[in-house]
Design a protein around this ligand. Structure first.
Ligand SMILES: NC(=O)c1ccc[n+]([C@@H]2O[C@H](COP(=O)([O-])OP(=O)(O)OC[C@H]3O[C@@H](n4cnc5c(N)ncnc54)[C@H](O)[C@@H]3O)[C@@H](O)[C@H]2O)c1
Ligand SMILES: [Zn+2]
Length: 351
């Protein structure tokens, strides 16, 4: 399957095909220097398969984990390229999850004011979500993604076979972003999650999720309007993520937090039950212990909270969304377990 992203500055292809990692050279020019960025947790066989196809590959393996998405590691990548004499026509490639993709993408965006970036995502989250949209970044101290750039890749190559080595929990966490895409704009995708074997349907799931993201991103490349819809589940989810990241035990993955954050944004009890059943089926946790006050604090600091109101994304029915601005207390009530959902604003109800 192939998807072409048509953007004002330049277009690029996203290839989704089992086994495609063996044929990257047929899709993009590898007859040049390529800095391959990966982390220690990514099975080396993937890097090896790709590197063999490059004329002059240089592999840079960073430590696994979010802390490698830092200014100092980014600087190391730039220094490596400088030492190796990388020029305008050379390229950076990412082989790994969203962490490696963001880091390598930002190195490509900034070296000599931007060189080619080839993205080979190997986690469900990266294949479904982070590899498209053109956002690249590193963290500064504890602040996530604060240093970065919009930089579109030359090619995104998605080989679902690379997911075979992922832990079942990480695999499921990434699927939460696909469930999000279905809830926003593709009810057939929600049906697949409900009735089909996800592993068997993985190419379809990735393709359909990317179409949803593509349609939204192409309309709104720099996040001024509709792109905010992709934040479904993320407002509450980020609060939960901050609170659980401080606990010694019970740390949750991003996708798991998003799934938890999505449920109160569904406007009917029936849809909430349907989505909870899907989460159980996927192995996404629904009962989680965390400090709710801490989660609230994190959300208050979130850029989405302004003057007592907060922007959220609601789903009236599977495949449809609406952007709302609601009083912060309504989100607080849901988080504290005093309410199951956030009520629709009055004017929408009258329609
Ligand atoms: N740019 C965007 O639009 C965007 C969107 C969402 C998330 N992100 C970013 O993505 C990052 C999270 O991505 P992630 O969930 O992929 O995490 P990750 O990149 O940290 O990968 C998770 C773990 O999986 C391992 N791994 C990767 N591929 C594997 C494979 N095929 N088999 C076995 N293990 C493998 C890695 O070594 C790592 O330990 C965060 O930094 C987040 O900010 C970016
Ligand atoms: Zn997300």
């Amino acid at each position: 399957m192939r998807l072409t992203m048509r953007l004002a500055e330049r277009s690029y292809d996203i290839i989704i095909k089992k086994g495609s990692l063996h044929h990257v050279g047929q899709l993009v020019n590898l007859n040049r220097k390529v800095l391959i960025v990966t982390d220690r947790g990514v099975p080396a066989q993937y890097v090896h398969t790709f590197a063999q196809q490059c004329h002059a590959p240089f592999v840079q393996v960073v430590e696994q984990g979010e802390h490698s998405k830092s200014v100092s590691v980014w600087q190391t990548l730039l220094e490596t390229m400088m030492k190796l004499g990388f020029g305008r026509g050379d390229a950076v490639a990412a082989v790994g999850g969203g962490m490696v993709g963001d880091l390598a993408g930002f190195a490509a965006a900034s070296y000599m004011r931007g060189i080619d970036f080839i993205n080979i995502p190997t986690t469900t989250l990266a294949q479904i979500d982070s590899s498209i949209g053109g956002k690249t970044a590193v963290n500064l101290g504890k602040t996530k993604n604060i240093v970065g750039a919009f930089w579109q890749p030359r090619l995104v190559l998605i080989d679902p076979e690379t997911l075979d080595t992922l832990s079942p929990r990480l695999y499921a966490a990434g699927l939460a972003e696909a469930l999000k895409a279905g809830l926003l704009a593709d009810s057939e995708l929600v049906r697949i999650f409900e009735e089909e074997d996800c592993k068997e349907y993985i190419e379809q799931i990735i393709y359909r999720s990317l179409i949803v993201k593509k349609n939204i991103v192409e309309r709104d490349e720099r996040e001024t309007g509709d792109r905010a819809a992709l934040n479904l589940g993320h407002t509450l989810g980020h609060g939960i993520e901050s609170a659980t990241s401080l606990q010694e035990e019970g740390h949750l993955y991003h996708g798991e937090c998003v799934a938890l954050g999505m449920i109160p944004m569904l406007e009917t009890a029936e849809l909430r039950e349907q989505v909870k059943a899907i989460c159980r089926r996927l192995g996404l946790p629904l009962e989680v212990q965390y400090d709710r006050q801490l989660a609230l604090e994190a959300m208050r600091h979130d850029k989405k909270a302004q003057s007592g109101m907060i922007r959220i994304v609601k789903v009236p029915k599977a495949g449809q969304f609406r952007l709302d601005k609601v009083p912060f207390e309504q989100v607080e009530a849901v988080l504290l377990g005093k309410a199951e959902e956030i009520p629709a604003p009055k004017k929408e109800k009258a329609e």
